[in-house]
Design a protein around this ligand. Structure first.
Ligand code: PEP
Length: 248
């Protein structure tokens, strides 16, 4: 039985004041039993968020990390630094990193390896573009990204995979529950070929314009084990409604 996981990716948003108020809203009221919840702020907001979440069940992650553990990499943040701070998760291979920073599957694989070594749990993102889906290439592209990003990993033990079709991120378009389930089944089959022992236990999140009104249908699919949420994670009421849908 896989416990549902709902992760908020706050991207490059927030100020100290807005984060205080967002977390005030998120942490007020009873915690929802049975669903794991995490938030991923910018690097600079991590200490604030970790302190505010310390007494709660909410866990915290970063949105990226370096592919190296230390050294002359100006501007980078090592996974060990994130782990030392108290982060549990790190999002890797997000399509915005691939698109704006030219991240390749090989670089994502190097990040996955050092993140696991540092004790973090990577949330590895994969997803096809609209053109690739229209060309009937979606499953081939996503399987290749996954195999590339997990190159060298013999065990899936510490990993979460997020399927985020690029055409659904921040666009208001969502994969239908059937489209998402079909891809999640394909991802699980791909994971089976990497580590048959852990593939069934690995959580597969869906991401791409998840909202309160589509979350329940997505979570009802057998291979959708939660969500990676962007825009709707920035409003406490919206994010809480998605968490509630996971717990229903
Ligand atoms: C994301 O970028 O991870 C994401 C899923 O964004 P949104 O929910 O805004 O589509």
């Amino acid at each position: 039985m896989r416990q549902l996981l709902v992760v908020g990716n706050w991207k490059m948003n927030g100020s100290r004041a807005s984060i205080n108020s967002l977390l005030d809203g998120l942490l007020s009221g009873p915690a929802v039993a049975g669903t794991e919840v995490a938030v991923c702020p910018t690097y600079v907001h991590l200490p604030q968020v970790l302190a505010l979440c310390a007494a709660s069940a909410m866990t915290v992650g970063a949105q990226d990390c370096s592919h190296m553990q230390s050294g002359a990499y100006t501007g980078e943040v090592a996974p060990g630094m994130l782990a030392e701070l108290g982060c549990r998760w790190v999002i890797l291979g997000h399509s915005e990193r691939r698109q704006y920073h030219g991240e390749s599957d090989a670089l994502v694989a190097a990040k996955v390896a050092v993140a696991i070594e540092a004790g973090l749990q990577p949330i590895v993102c994969v997803g096809e573009t609209r053109e690739q889906r229209e060309a009937g290439e979606a499953q081939r592209v996503v399987s290749a990204q996954l195999k590339g990003a997990l190159q060298g990993q013999a065990s899936l033990n510490a990993l979460v995979v997020a399927y985020e079709p690029v055409w659904a991120i921040g666009t208001g378009l969502t994969a239908t529950p059937e489209q998402a389930q079909e891809m999640h089944e394909c991802i699980r089959a791909c994971l089976e070929s990497i580590d048959g022992a852990d593939a069934q236990a690995t959580r597969l999140l869906y991401g791409g314009s998840v909202k309160a009104d589509n979350a329940a249908q997505l979570f009802a699919q057998p291979d959708i084990d939660g969500a990676l949420v962007g825009g709707a994670a920035l409003q406490a009421a919206d994010f809480k409604a998605i968490i509630a849908a996971a717990a229903a």
